[in-house]
Design a protein around this ligand. Structure first.
Ligand code: F6P
Length: 359
């Protein structure tokens, strides 16, 4: 069978591991042939491709980025864009397409599927916010990078008696903030799902320092929002720019610096901000992500041969299963209560702490 492969949206550690697994299983077990479409959906719109064979996937397992490169191109926003994509697949005699991406990329895959294209999806994003699967690949690597950064920030915060604010990625969901914040022993964790009151953040830090601690660590997801009506930034994420990509997303970032300024103003403690940004997306995938990405790649090529189109390979429990693309893109998967409870369990509860200080 001739199978097309593309990677779309923001890059993510493990993309190459997925491509490698698809091609190896396809070549070794199914006698498939492959064509890689370059730069996400742009490759189908503009007919940009490269041959994908065993040689081209040699040595790519530990490599970050994607040998197919990527973009945030949205064919549904261009005149006849989806038809052009289908025509390119026909021209290359591609019988099935594997699209590796997050909700944006997979929403295009779903639209093409509705037009009769045989598509299988693979869930990718460091944000871990895709529904239908327990984990997306790339998330574990991002959490490891963020946790290491928090550990490093800890020692310098301690040395200088400072509050350090660490801004991590997470547009709509605070998975990276929660996991790295808990793993890194943060004192305050702020996520998009729960708009925060800056006075309460300041009070938490003040009380912690009143108890004798002389430094604090705050982890904030880039999409976190101030809750207080009094604040002009009420209930909207902080943006780097108003320019939106083809899927309608503005460029987020900057909450860390604003927060650091406010914390210093309200508490009087010297505060610094660190923005991790794309460091979380770059470099070699963790062993966990290499394994997960490999399993997703194998799952996707098996799904192609079982004819499970319009579906995505997903992790449920410890099994790779097939779920409808429609379910995966229906909503964002926000941080679940169980994880929030872990944070509540180990973080200081403001009122309890206040009582202790007053005694
Ligand atoms: O990959 C998802 C994500 O990491 C978001 O958390 C972030 O807002 C976005 O990508 C930034 O991506 P870029 O700078 O590549 O547009």
């Amino acid at each position: 069978m001739k199978v097309g492969v593309l990677t779309g949206g923001g890059d993510c550690p493990g993309l190459n591991a997925v491509i490698r697994a698809i091609v190896r299983k396809g070549c070794f077990h199914y006698e498939d042939q492959f064509v890689g479409f370059l730069e996400g959906w742009r490759g189908l719109l503009e007919d940009k491709s490269m041959p994908l064979d065993l040689a081209s996937v040699g040595g790519i397992l530990p490599r970050g980025g994607t040998i197919l490169r990527t973009s945030r191109t949205n064919p549904a926003k261009k005149a006849d864009g989806l038809d052009k994509c289908a025509a390119t697949l026909q021209k290359h005699k591609v019988e099935a397409l594997i699209a590796i991406g997050g909700d944006d990329t997979l929403s295009v895959a779903q639209k093409l599927h509705a037009k009769g294209v045989k598509v299988v999806g693979v869930p990718k994003t460091i944000d871990n916010d895709l529904a239908g699967t327990d984990y997306t690949f790339g998330f574990d690597t991002a959490v490891n990078i963020a946790t290491e950064a928090i550990d490093r920030v800890h020692t310098t915060a301690e040395a200088h008696n400072r509050v350090m604010v660490v801004e991590v990625m997470g547009r709509d969901a605070g998975w990276i903030a929660m996991y790295s914040g808990i793993a890194g022993g943060a004192d305050v964790i702020l996520i998009p799902e729960q708009p925060f009151d800056i006075e309460k953040v300041a009070e938490t830090i003040r009380l912690r320092h009143a108890r004798g601690r002389y430094f604090s660590i705050v982890v904030v997801a880039e999409g976190a929002k101030f809750s207080t009506d009094l604040d002009p930034r009420h209930d909207a994420p902080v943006l780097q720019s108003m320019v939106k990509d083809e899927f309608g997303h503005a460029h987020l970032g900057g909450i860390g610096n604003i927060l650091a300024r406010e914390v210093e103003r309200l508490t009087g403690f010297e505060t610094r901000a660190v923005v991790l940004g794309h460091i979380q997306r770059g470099g070699s995938p963790s062993a966990f992500d290499r394994m997960l990405a490999t399993r997703y790649g194998l799952g996707a090529i098996d799904m192609v041969h079982r004819g499970e189109f319009g579906c995505m390979a997903a992790l449920r429990g410890n099994k790779i299963v097939s779920v409808p693309l429609a379910d995966a893109i229906a909503k964002n998967r926000t941080v679940d209560q169980e994880v929030i409870d872990v944070a509540y369990g180990i973080l200081d509860k403001l009122s309890a702490e206040k009582e202790a200080v007053e005694k």
